[in-house]
Design a protein around this ligand. Structure first.
Ligand code: NAD
Length: 341
């Protein structure tokens, strides 16, 4: 199948090309992101392959459908950037990679938490300047601290398990579904409000939905335990950035580690080192000594990239063959058989 691969980076090209040896799709690698200005590039491609910051609103989907596209393959787990209702109405099937390597994201989450809590990034910056002073680098033990995990799906469950069984934390959890295996090791499910007001550290692992958008807002920050640490490797808009900045300024928030950012689509995945960054909120965040930001790289392991490429190309092979799309996402969350080509 002819597939227009948007927002291609060298690592996408490498892993998709390697995986494609077993499939034989015609991959057309495109560097721009998918939006209203670039949708025409997919003309006559039955499938497009997209990533987290490509824009798949109704207008873009209409342009794709008019150009002959039938399948959209997200090479990621989240699908908040796709208007699923419009896709369904236009007869576009959407597939994603629901679980490529939860370990990649869970391990990075723990890494970010430790780096924030123990000032590892600041220490490295000092050592590079031959500054070996330790003032200002005092951290806290994780052992015995209360950590709240919001969303205990594939990634959150691994994080909760690591914190509980590995580090000896008191782990609270909040989810619309309870995982009995986590309860069995002593993870305690509590209402989200209680989790947010009781925890010393909160780590976010739920999807971005209308219900979870700005879950961390001014009200929550006002009710939080003073000095709360927040880690977010899920989706940026779970946090109201302005409220977060105010929380940092007032010292209510003790530190933040972000791999995702609300307005990241304008920044992440590009080298902007020679550009003027116009996002004042982002620039303000970077001025705090207790803020650590990475550019949406929690997924970036060889294992995850290999798995993403294999699953994506398999889904499109299934679509071409008219098989059931096991990784389909629809507005109703129902898996539908692929429309034959
Ligand atoms: P998952 O679907 O396995 O788990 C999500 C969990 O969130 C589920 O248990 C679900 O019941 C729960 N949930 C849904 N609505 C909720 C709510 N309102 N309150 C609390 N919990 C709720 O997903 P996953 O694979 O664990 O991924 C979690 C998130 O991580 C994804 O949504 C994605 O946005 C993000 N992610 C980020 C990266 C990265 O590189 N930073 C990579 C992969 C995934």
């Amino acid at each position: 199948m002819k597939i227009a691969v948007y927002a291609t980076k060298p690592y996408d090209r490498h892993f998709l090309s390697a995986a494609n040896a077993g499939f034989g799709h015609a991959l057309i690698f495109l560097e721009p992101r998918l939006d209203r200005h670039t949708a025409l590039l997919a003309k006559e491609c039955p499938a497009v392959c997209v990533f987290v910051n490509d824009q798949l609103d109704r207008t873009v989907l209409e342009m794709l459908a008019a150009g002959g596209t039938r399948f959209i393959a997200l090479r990621c787990a989240g699908f908040n950037n796709v208007d699923l209702v419009a896709a369904q109405e236009l007869g576009l099937s959407v597939v994603r990679v629901p679980a490529y390597s939860p370990h990649a994201v869970a391990e990075f989450t723990i890494g970010l938490l430790l780096a924030l809590d123990r000032n590892i990034a600041r220490a490295w910056a000092r050592v590079r300047e031959n500054n070996f002073a330790l003032d200002g680098l005092i951290g806290r033990n994780l052992y015995g601290r209360t950590v709240g995990v919001v969303g205990t799906g594939r990634i959150g469950a691994l994080v909760a398990r690591t914190l509980k069984a590995g580090f000896g934390c008191e782990v609270l959890a909040s989810d619309i579904l309870v995982d009995p295996a986590l309860e069995a090791i002593g993870v305690r499910y509590v209402p989200r409000e209680e989790l947010l007001s009781t925890s010393e550290i909160v780590t976010l692992h739920c999807p971005l939905t209308p219900e979870t958008r700005h879950m961390i807002d001014a009200e929550m920050i006002a009710a939080a335990r003073p000095g709360l640490l927040i880690v977010n490797t899920s989706r940026g808009a779970l946090i109201d950035t302005r409220a977060l900045i105010n929380g940092l300024k007032s010292r209510s928030i003790g530190g933040v580690a972000l791999d995702v950012y609300e307005q990241e689509a304008d920044l992440f995945f590009e080298d902007l080192s020679n550009e003027i960054i116009e996002d004042d909120d982002f620039q303000r965040l970077l001025t705090f000594p207790n803020v650590l930001v990475t550019g949406h790289q929690a997924f970036l392991t060889e294992e995850a990239l290999d798995s993403i490429a294999m699953t994506t190309l398999q889904s499109l092979a299934d679509a071409e063959a008219g098989h059931i799309l096991v990784n389909a996402v629809t507005a109703g969350g129902v898996i539908r058989p692929a429309a034959p080509l």
